[in-house]
Design a binder for this molecule. Structure first.
Ligand SMILES: *Cc1c(COP(=O)(O)O)cnc(C)c1O
Length: 362
């Protein structure tokens, strides 16, 4: 079957240079060569996330690290900030991990705001919170830097942040934000194949983890730290992914991080412009639109054009492109276009042209 170009918000298209790196001949994970590989990407990851802390690599999708974060950092009760499918899921996962948990739920399409979190934390009930920076299901970005400022007032609360679909698309200053655990899977804005997660923890997170007995093994933060100090991982990682990550980081720095962020800003804006020029409205609350994907309203909210999304998707397949048809309860009532990863003005122009031809046929 012919390959469909992925314009869904993850996994995204993986380029040839990345695949070539991925299939580098295998090495042992306890070898000097592996330490050299990790040692090479270590400072690149630190520069990317603006941190002095070691950045860890986990052979798992993002949820592995998300679950690990709960197991390592929650002793008392966790506040799950919920504004879409991924952030909502944290509540369920927290409880499945046996943690006491409470949701701070806002309407899908709205962001999480600092004052809402502040009011909850002020009760003194919580020792951790989970936040999704870029809620991929709704295309909403919550104001992470403003929320992170609350950390100064609540130093004993562990701030666990999912940047799965925004890391490398927007500037990320981990140390400056003062948050405790930041994670991403690599099949979104990193544009790597699925199966690897990247994360970083504060010193305070390490101290908290030390006090928790049932951290498990595979996602034990202390194990990650001890191993990373020797440029190793706790267990055998997907070494192909790490070669691919190394190549990808080279690409990021060749482009320049600021250029990369600006490209993501520009392409998200051009996608929004395409949608509104065609009579659609956007699903996210104005001012909180994602910089890596666009969630277009198609009847979920009042106003704007409504089309048959399933039909649009199949016409787009004939164009050789896969788009999303709305996540979870938004299926058919919204659709999403990804502009993250390696997309350019040219590739996005091809997407818009294909969408226009498809809309004409509806
Ligand atoms: C994709 C995504 C996830 C899920 O990641 P997996 O790789 O499926 O574990 C979690 N959070 C957000 C915001 C996502 O976009």
């Amino acid at each position: 079957m012919a390959h469909l170009k992925l314009h869904i918000p993850g996994p995204v298209e993986v380029n040839e240079r990345t695949w070539q790196a991925f299939r580098t001949p295998m090495i042992g994970h306890r070898s000097k060569d592996f330490q050299k590989l990790y040692g090479k990407i270590r400072p690149q990851l630190q520069q990317l996330l603006v941190t002095e802390r070691l950045v860890y690599l986990s052979t798992s999708s993002a949820w592995g690290v998300m679950e690990g974060a709960l197991r390592n950092l929650v002793a008392k009760k966790v506040l799950n900030c919920m504004c879409g499918a991924f952030s909502d899921k944290w509540l369920d996962v927290s409880r499945r991990c046996g943690k006491e948990a409470e949701g701070l739920q806002v309407e899908w399409g709205s962001p999480i705001l600092p004052e809402q979190i502040d009011a909850k934390l002020a009760t003194g009930e919580f020792d951790a919170l989970t936040l999704v920076h870029n809620e991929t299901s709704t295309g909403v970005m919550s104001p992470l830097e403003e929320i992170a400022k609350l950390k100064a007032r609540y130093p004993d609360v562990m701030f666990i942040v999912d940047m799965v679909s925004s890391m490398t698309a927007v500037p990320t200053r981990f140390d400056e934000m003062g948050i405790d655990l930041l994670l991403a899977g690599t099949q979104k804005a990193f544009a790597l194949p699925p199966g690897l997660a990247v994360f970083v923890c504060s010193e305070a997170a390490m101290k908290r983890a030390e006090t928790i007995n049932d951290r498990g093994y595979y996602f034990d933060l202390i194990e990650f730290q001890k191993n990373a100090e020797n440029d190793m991982t706790p267990s055998t990682p997907s070494i192909g992914h790490i070669y691919a990550l190394s190549s990808k980081l080279d690409e990021f720095f060749e482009e320049g991080l600021e250029n990369r962020y600006e490209r993501h800003r520009r392409l998200a804006q051009s996608t929004r412009d395409w949608a509104t020029d065609r009579g659609f409205t956007l699903f996210p609350e104005a001012g909180f639109e994602s910089q890596s994907l666009t969630c277009i309203n198609n009847g979920a909210r009042e106003g704007g054009r409504v089309v048959d999304v399933a039909k649009l998707q199949s016409l787009m397949k004939e164009e050789g492109i896969l788009i999303d048809g709305g996540y979870g309860k938004l299926k058919g009532k919204a659709f999403r276009l990804s502009s993250m990863g390696d997309e350019t003005d040219e590739t996005m122009a091809s997407l818009y042209a294909a969408l226009d031809r498809s809309l004409d046929k509806l």
